[in-house]
Design a protein around this ligand. Structure first.
Ligand SMILES: *Cc1c(COP(=O)(O)O)cnc(C)c1O
Length: 368
């Protein structure tokens, strides 16, 4: 006996596109997902080896570690929620605030998960294009003009992915003030590579949410831990929709070690900053257009030969990410920054690849 196929997903879900990041067969030097390209802190690695089986029999207790993270951020614990990555933080904000028909503003190109989770609630996503010729800056006047009574969420990443550009605190404050009826989610996933934050504004702006992650500078993408911070009043609402066991025990046991080893994070960030300057200098020399980045990656414009480029790099053991289908990113490829030795390999492969595909920079692509 088989039941007839009568079950239908909600319309908002049925009409959504499927999102499949190219995660399979990622062998080689992985400069395609903006991960830490080396390792997490050795203190975390040592902790992992210590974890015994009996630790996994109990449901994880998030609160003590959440308090520790809040202390690290200098915030009261009521303002901080640990999440299963920033992905879950975005999902929770959407679940808490969006009704079908509500408006969500995003500035594209940006991180895909804002649109995915917003659409799944039945909300309407309004996209505002940032222009490549204007360095993909957030068109602040267009954003302010688009805010209306139906606007319930505005999500912005700073530094942004895939462009590497940042949003000024001044612009964020203008948005917070223009949309007090909207949740303003500022995604600081790449905070460590840039150093500017609006966490300090949480007490003043009750509609502000700030997200952070352990997936990037800390090198813990596989553990799935993120942070959502906001005013105590609003976080009380968000906590209602979150599972009490959303962060697993292994992650909770490792977090104190990760937080304690700030030297590791600072050292990794210093290596990335150097590597980024080196790649940017080389791209300028080669006449390849790129966008100034404050994160651990650089968006470049390879042009018509981008597919050949990505494949030729892959044959040399280096994975980079084709971003051609992001709005405004025709011909673009995103390259994650690695350590000095990894950048040696990247630059050698880059030179060989450009020669192999007979790459000639278009005059309009050359930066002055
Ligand atoms: C990588 C990334 C994240 C990280 O998400 P996690 O779920 O914490 O791994 C969040 N936001 C942006 C913009 C990113 O690029």
């Amino acid at each position: 006996m088989k039941t007839p196929n009568k079950l239908r997903a909600r319309n908002a879900v049925a009409t959504m596109k499927e999102y499949h990041p190219p995660l399979s067969g990622r062998t080689g030097l992985r400069l395609d997902f903006n991960e830490n390209t080396l390792s997490c802190s050795p203190r975390v690695a040592a902790k992992l080896l210590e974890i015994s089986g009996d630790k996994l029999t109990i449901y994880p207790e998030r609160q003590p570690i959440e308090a520790l993270v809040a202390e690290h951020l200098g915030l009261p614990k009521q303002q901080v929620l640990l999440t299963n990555g920033v992905d879950e933080a975005i999902h929770l904000v959407c679940e808490t605030y969006l009704e079908p028909g509500d408006e969500v503003l995003i500035v594209v190109p940006t991180f895909s998960m804002y649109e995915i989770y917003a659409l799944s609630t039945g909300a309407k996503v309004i996209t505002i294009q940032a222009e490549p010729e204007e360095e993909f800056r957030v068109p602040i006047d267009k954003v302010l003009a688009a805010i209306g009574p139906q606007t319930r969420l505005i999500a912005l990443a700073t530094p942004n992915n895939p462009t590497g550009g940042v949003v000024s605190t001044n612009d964020i404050i203008r948005i917070l003030e223009a949309g007090p009826q909207a949740a303003i989610l500022i995604d600081e996933a790449y905070f460590h590579f840039h150093g500017e934050t609006v966490l300090g504004e949480i007490t003043r702006y009750l509609n502000l949410f700030v997200a952070r992650t352990f997936s990037k500078a800390y090198g813990l993408a596989g553990l799935r831990v993120g942070i959502l911070a906001g005013s105590a009043e609003q976080m009380k609402m968000v906590r209602k929709v979150s599972s009490p066991y959303n962060v697993n025990e292994v992650a909770l046991l490792c977090l104190p070690e990760a937080l304690a080893d700030q030297e590791f994070v600072a050292d990794y960030v210093a290596q990335i900053t150097q590597g980024r300057a080196r790649l940017e200098k080389e791209l300028s020399r080669l006449g390849i257009r790129f966008w100034q980045s404050q994160a651990n990656f650089v968006l470049t414009k390879i042009g018509d030969k981008r597919v050949e480029f990505v494949q030729a790099m892959r044959r040399r053991g280096i994975l980079v990410r084709d971003r051609n289908s992001d709005p405004g990113c025709a011909g673009c490829v995103r390259i994650t920054i690695g350590t000095e030795e990894q950048m040696d390999r990247l630059l050698a492969a880059l030179h060989e690849t450009l020669e192999e595909i007979h790459y000639t920079p278009a005059v309009s692509q050359v930066r002055s």
